[in-house]
Design a binder for this molecule. Structure first.
Ligand code: UD1
Length: 419
């Protein structure tokens, strides 16, 4: 078991560079299965979700060379073998193997996905889309069986009942080699969807409309290899902006696409956070007094649910009262009792969090219950007086590239220890 130990109250200064987007790369890797040649991804973050996906790809027979931030994937020897539950259940995004195996082989047997416990996280929209494209879906034990009568799927008109990032990307991945045209309506518009469409189009796919709520995919027979730069991780960027505002004395955050963070930056400006927006960087100054604000999450371009938890420690340091309502995940409140343990005046009722600031945090032993709750606790630990010990940090390492090294370089007293 690993723990993160933080001796708080150290001023953070200097530069930090944002890595490639986790939520893109976890789809780009399975999407590479569709190519008839090598796919090279640059800007791959150093996170355990990538290691888990590489392990799954290698189990299926792909040849993968991982060197620094570059991943070379040769999918030509991939076999359509059942992908074991214990590997698939390590992360939620393993559901992208449903779309990519269905697209390449017209059938798949894959374990059920895992991931952070944020309340019910169904995959019915993914399965409904595959069914509309001609696949039969059945469960046997802990595996999902997707079969087609003629080992091929067909383009279809699909309306997503709920705006879903995963279902939009998965349908797009399955559709690129389907026979005919697929139209996805009420599609999600997150930047990661555009990134996956860019990779697929550079492999020879014909996708139009990614980034809007109607995506059209004309199926092609073959996809070739390509080289692709992963977009910067907007959630990691937002996390560093929050921690720079909470505990910084001048932090330059590099490799940031401001356009992906507009609703988040608007909220910070409403709080009075002083920042300078540059072409591909944001400079966050030392803050004096901040105002409490209320936050409501919604699909992109609204305020990202993934940034609600990392922003909470900054919110509770501000003057006044506010609420945070998560409309996407009803149980994304697991950071609240841990922050309360550290002295925050904060409580949650269902998906509604209420806080009264400013709270002064004290270091405690706390537990990361999911990835972004873990990020919130790291920020709280950096702000707090005394020592914070965070357990369950495997969640944090799943999604934040080199977090200990990056924070140490900014002057944080932070260590990863193994019990
Ligand atoms: C992705 C992100 C996650 C982020 C979330 C919302 C990845 C790997 N993860 O997760 O970090 O928090 O988007 O921005 O990209 N839903 C259904 N049926 C489905 C699918 C989803 O009802 O088949 C519901 C979910 O329960 C949720 C909402 O739709 O309430 C949005 O979920 P979705 O966008 O699919 O989340 P993920 O793609 O799993």
């Amino acid at each position: 078991m690993k723990k993160i130990i933080i001796n708080g109250g150290k001023p953070l200064k200097g530069e930090v560079s944002v890595s490639g987007a986790k939520n893109s790369v976890v789809a780009l890797i399975p999407a590479a299965i569709l190519a008839d040649d090598v796919v090279v991804l640059d800007g791959v973050p150093n996170i355990s979700d990538v290691d888990s996906l590489v392990d799954i790809m290698e189990t299926m027979g792909a040849k993968v060379v991982h060197s620094g931030e570059t991943l070379e994937i040769d999918p030509r020897s991939v076999q359509n073998i059942p992908v074991p539950y214990d590997k698939i259940s390590r992360l939620r995004a393993s559901y992208y193997f449903y779309g990519s195996l269905l697209g390449r082989f017209g059938q798949a047997v894959v374990g059920l996905p895992g991931g952070c416990d944020l309340g019910p996280r169904p995959i019915d929209l993914h399965l409904k889309a595959f069914e509309a494209m001609g696949a039969d879906v059945s469960y046997e034990g802990e595996s999902m069986h997707l079969t087609t009568p003629h080992q091929t799927i067909y383009g279809a008109h699909i309306y997503m009942d709920t705006v879903s990032v995963g279902a939009t990307i998965n349908t797009m991945i399955a559709a690129v080699k389907a026979q005919g045209r697929t139209v996805i309506e009420n599609a999600a518009r997150e930047p990661e969807i555009i990134d996956v469409a860019t990779l697929l189009n550079n492999m020879g796919a014909r996708i139009r409309g990614a980034g809007t709520d109607v995506i059209t995919v004309d199926g092609v027979e073959k996809l070739h290899g390509t080289r692709h730069q992963v977009i910067p991780d907007r959630i990691e960027a937002g996390t560093y902006i929050a921690l720079a505002a909470a505990a910084g004395e001048g932090v330059h955050i590099k490799n940031v696409l401001y356009e992906h963070l507009e609703s988040y930056i608007a909220k910070l400006e409403e709080m009075g956070v002083r920042m300078t927006i540059e072409e591909d960087a944001i400079y966050v100054e030392k803050q004096s007094s901040l105002r409490a604000v209320s936050v409501k999450t919604s699909p992109y371009p609204g305020f990202a649910t993934d940034l609600q938890q990392p922003l909470t420690p900054l919110l509770i340091s501000a003057e006044g009262q506010g609420t945070i309502v998560d409309t996407i995940y009803e149980k994304r409140i697991n950071h609240v009792p841990e922050l309360a343990k550290m002295g925050a005046a904060i409580s949650a009722d269902k998906n509604r969090i209420t806080y009264q600031g400013p709270s002064h945090l004290r270091g405690r032993a706390v537990k990361a219950t999911d990835l972004r709750a873990g990020a919130a606790l790291v920020i709280a630990g950096l702000m707090a007086d005394g020592q914070t010990q965070i357990s369950n940090v495997e969640f944090i390492l799943r999604g934040y590239s080199n977090i200990i090294e990056k924070l140490s370089a900014l002057g944080a007293d932070i260590h990863l220890v193994t019990d």
